[in-house]
Write a protein that binds this ligand. Structure first.
Ligand code: MN
Length: 502
């Protein structure tokens, strides 16, 4: 039987209060899922326990861990919303309900709408903590995916993980999680390619191992010699994750000899100045490969990643990538946003100090997500803010098959039809929204399901131009209207002409 301690030990500084509420959630979940088993045969409660552990590793606050522990009690367990609110408060209930709602989104692999679905996922979550819980939940599911007996479902979960969850983890700067999700899903989505890359990697890592040890020793010797031991916190190595390697191989004709960062050395130092200092030391030892010196400290990657990268020729024909960063940059690279959102005094805010500028370099929507959560001052105001749709300027609607279409706010059914296909737009004969027939001037709202009926003889009228919002729809309507005008003129003309001549 797992124990609460296994969770709290992973937390940075759990207070007594934290431990108490986590213990309560632990037993609550155990009871709510009593007697339930997973497909693997183990108690369902293990899934909740592991989700809680994942969250503790991410570095989130106790309340988010609590919500993680009980995230399935509404959907699959025996708990009610009232009970959760009574035991854990409105906020935990809000998180659990958010996770439950997210669980209902399904991805069927329609390329065109992947980006929309990612956005929808974020918009539906309403709170970055909900996303983080869902990611922790998915991590455990993907790690136990081989226990699934339904192969179609297995593949869908894996594909969804690769296309939706991993990119979101990436955008939230959660690099470690992203890698774990991708590597977990890879063998189920591309089994053949997975085996191929695994074999390649095995052959290479034997050679790399010895070489890397040698380089590692040289660096340590030089650091001692230059008397900067105290600047270096530790050195370690990172092996490229298998899915990440696969993606890179695709760009290099599957030629593994062309890839120089399968193994990299990492130097973790105390300050930013030390980063540049160590870079200088390394370039003093070995010649850097031109164009391979990357200063992600001065110019962080889009998701906030910071580090110095350089690739050097080590003399013996070898070449290695070296990454230099501070402990804080390292932590951010592994856990991203999760390490920055902590609950404090009824306020959800990023309170961890450090380089705030990092957030300025994050994608706009991530920055907004974080800011929007830190701006509120009262708990009720906080909840109110969470209700405001994050993507205010977009509506997310569905085809009857469940594909997501992402349109600007104020769009109507005609815009939807043209977004699907111009042929459908040009021949609308009737529209159903949520199973009810509606008029053509009907505006769309997020979550609407829209069904368009078409007839060959149906044609746009001038009125449609007033109903449509998107330029795409308007363009098609205009071009068809002018076409029709021209045809009619022609017809009229030829009739008159015939009359005259008869
Ligand atoms: Mn779950």
């Amino acid at each position: 039987m797992p124990s609460v301690k296994e969770i709290t030990i992973l937390m940075k500084v759990p207070t007594e209060e934290d431990t108490a509420i986590i213990t309560k959630a632990y037993y609550f979940a155990e009871q709510a899922h009593e007697g339930q088993k997973r497909l693997t045969g183990e108690p369902f409660f293990y899934h909740l326990f592991e989700t809680g552990k994942n969250l503790a590793v991410f570095g989130v606050d106790a309340r988010t861990i609590v919500a993680g522990l009980i995230h399935d009690t509404l959907e699959d367990g025996k708990a009610s919303a009232e009970e959760i609110e009574k035991q854990f408060g409105a906020e935990v209930l809000f998180l659990v309900e958010g996770v439950t709602k997210l669980g209902k989104l399904k991805y069927h692999g329609i390329e065109r709408h992947v980006e929309s679905l990612r956005k929808l996922f974020i918009a539906t979550a309403h709170d970055v903590r909900v996303i983080i819980i869902k990611l922790a939940d998915r991590l455990h599911n993907i790690q136990t995916l081989s226990g699934h007996t339904n192969h179609e479902k297995q593949k869908r979960i894996a594909l969804e993980t690769l296309e939706i969850y991993a990119p979101i983890a990436h955008r939230l700067g959660m690099g470690k999680l992203r890698g774990e999700l991708e590597d977990g899903a890879f063998p189920f989505v591309y089994p053949k390619e997975y085996e191929e890359v695994k074999t390649l990697l095995k052959q290479r890592s034997k050679v790399d191992e010895k070489y890397l040890n040698k380089v590692h020793r040289s660096i340590q010797k030089e650091i001692s010699k230059q008397n900067i031991r105290d600047k270096v916190i530790r050195t370690d190595r990172r092996i490229k994750r298998i899915y990440s390697l696969y993606k890179k191989l695709l760009r290099y004709d599957m030629d593994i000899e062309k890839i120089h960062d399968i193994v990299a050395l990492r130097v973790i130092v105390a300050t930013i100045e030390d980063c540049y200092r160590i870079l200088g030391v390394i370039h003093g030892m070995w010649r850097p490969l031109p164009g391979k010196i990357k200063d992600y400290i001065a110019v962080p990657k889009q998701n906030g990643y910071q580090s110095l990268h350089t690739t050097v020729f080590t003399g013996d024909g070898g070449m290695v990538e070296i990454q230099i960063r501070t402990e804080e940059m390292h932590n951010d690279a592994e856990y991203g946003v999760a390490a920055h959102v902590l609950y404090k005094d009824g306020l959800f805010t990023r309170i961890k100090g450090g380089n705030r500028n990092v957030f300025k370099k994050k994608p706009r929507w991530v920055t907004q997500l974080l800011e929007w959560q830190s701006k509120t001052s009262r708990p009720d105001e906080f909840i109110e803010t969470l209700r405001v749709d994050f993507f205010q300027d977009r509506v997310f609607v569905f085809t009857p098959k469940g594909d997501v279409v992402d349109l600007p706010d104020g769009s109507g059914v005609i815009d939807f039809a043209y977004a699907i296909h111009s042929d459908i737009g040009n021949h609308i004969s009737g529209v159903k929204v949520n199973d009810k027939f509606v008029s053509l001037d009907t505006k769309l709202r997020t979550d609407d399901i829209i069904e368009i009926e078409t007839k060959k003889t149906s044609r746009p009228t001038a009125k449609w131009l007033e109903y449509a919002k998107t330029t795409l729809a308007k363009r098609h309507i205009r071009s068809l209207l002018s076409e029709t005008d021209a045809q009619q003129e022609k017809k009229l003309f030829s009739r008159r002409f015939k009359r005259k001549n008869s």
